[in-house]
Design a protein around this ligand. Structure first.
Ligand SMILES: [Zn+2]
Length: 87
């Protein structure tokens, strides 16, 4: 068998798979590393976890507020607040 590195598409699928299964912070870090290695932008997926502690957001550990054109997500695990512009 030929030794081949994963293609960009395969990595993208892998990342999607990780995010589907309520990932742990460790898994999210891994997904981010994978994405960076292939220059893949996480786009919408970036909003699904805390940038600081890598907790996967759910209704229990996050607080979402909409303010004008901003979406503000507060991580209840570490207190970090992320802000995103809504387009
Ligand atoms: Zn956090």
């Amino acid at each position: 068998m030929k030794k081949e590195k994963f293609s960009k598409q395969e990595i993208q699928d892998k990342i999607k798979e990780i995010f589907k299964n309520n990932p742990s912070p460790k898994e999210i870090k891994k997904a981010k590393r994978l994405a960076m290695s292939k220059n893949i932008k996480l786009k919408e997926l970036r909003k699904k976890f805390c940038k600081k502690c890598y907790s996967f957001f759910n209704s229990k550990n996050s607080e979402i507020r909409i303010k004008k054109s901003l979406k503000i997500i507060k991580c209840k695990t570490c207190g970090y607040v992320s802000r995103y512009t809504i387009k």
